[in-house]
Design a protein around this ligand. Sequence first.
Ligand SMILES: Nc1nc2c(c(=O)[nH]1)N[C@H]1C(S)=C(S)[C@@H](COP(=O)(O)O)O[C@H]1N2
Ligand SMILES: [Mo]
Length: 449
Amino acid sequence: MPDKVPTGQLPAEQQPQSGTRRKFLRDSAALAGTSLAGGGLLGASTAVAAEPLPIPDSNKYLGRGVVSVPYGKPSKFEADILRRNVEWLTPDTIASISFSPIQDMHGIITPGGLHFERYHGGCPDVDPDKHLLVLHGKVERPLKLTRDDLRRFPQHTAIHFLECPANGGMEWKGVQMDSIQFTHGMLSCSEWTGVKLSTLMEAAGVDPDASWMLAEGGDASAMTRSLPLPGAKDQYGKDIPDGTELLKDAMVVYAQNGEPLRPEQGHPIRLLIPGMEANVSVKWLRRLKFGDKPWVHREENSRYTELMPDGKARQFSFYQEGNSVITYPCPDKRIKEPGFQEIRGLAWSGRGRITHVDVSVDGGKNWREAKLMEPVLSKALTRFTIPWEWHGEEALIVSRAVDETGYVQPTLTQLREARGTNNIYHKNSQQVWRVMPDGEVKNVQIVNV
Ligand SMILES: Nc1nc2c(c(=O)[nH]1)N[C@H]1C(S)=C(S)[C@@H](COP(=O)(O)O)O[C@H]1N2
Ligand SMILES: [Mo]
């Protein structure tokens, strides 16, 4: 695009794409002469608009009064920011998934109405005054609790992501969706409030040698999962070491982003196991049973296991490993104008904090370090940004996250080498987007990088 505004003196190699954060700030402060003022960020129309604005209609009439909308809704002009499902993915909408529009989100919190939904038997309406949670099995004092009872316990609030382990599963075998909503949208992040599991276990007097916990949901699927506590072994005697980590931050939650849980998220109460595959965060929670071995239910047997290249199944693979994706530009958010672009994305790890994100615009040959936006929280979505000057060349943009354990997000080739192709769960490989000369963005897979 031709520059309509004088672009000044900075040689191309001093422009933001090769600079550090400090360099970028300096350049953007000296607006004349930087690419921010040139044909990109501040296009000709913006730069010449120094005349008084005409009076808009909204200045000329009285607006709506208070409580005309007692529970606020988004502007009618934002009506395309919606959860969506993929019709062919499941035979019906009862046992199905909707995806969060992560291409349209900012910051790290997912509004309640846009949190992805996953039901194995539909979303029930549960009366919080009648719903009960039972703690039983290897306990000194079995407990039967209403939501009101739970609210009397010491409260705990934390921000955590939830991700279905099938997120990206369609890509695993090469079904490529040209939409980040469908490749990565089984991912949301909320501020959750409730009671720590350890607090409830203390109240029930859980037997110190109980090493497994069964969680059961009150919906038509009666979702049931076995979860490891410290000292857990699988049914073959192998150590399952995840219980110590689980107990640190597991909660029974009754609130989400400051309001009661949404029905879709398990109102009135759900289990929340930060960092683990979302399947174990059992919704409409009605029972926690303590024992000393896994129950090996359907969802930890025929489902939520992974068929490995040697024909054996990986079981109890609970944690979501380090992951990231570029949310702008992406197939759902093409580039409209050449010039300055801020590449933006999300990174997350079920193992703790994100410590580092690198971004490449040449398919992973060269990398630059992105800036992490505060807050950077454990087992929460983390925002990253990096400036990029784009002049209509084809580019392969990709991000790579590192978490506090030192884990580096793998390439798809590395992931397929380790786990084969007969899998749908835990696909956390680097996502490559191909930027076309007209600014359109495609989902591509690079083989053998
Ligand atoms: N009772 C119950 N809990 C459940 C499910 C369910 O169908 N029933 N689905 C699980 C799955 S597979 C996922 S990915 C998460 C999704 O949580 P969300 O719908 O709040 O996003 O809930 C889990 N908990
Ligand atoms: Mo899931």
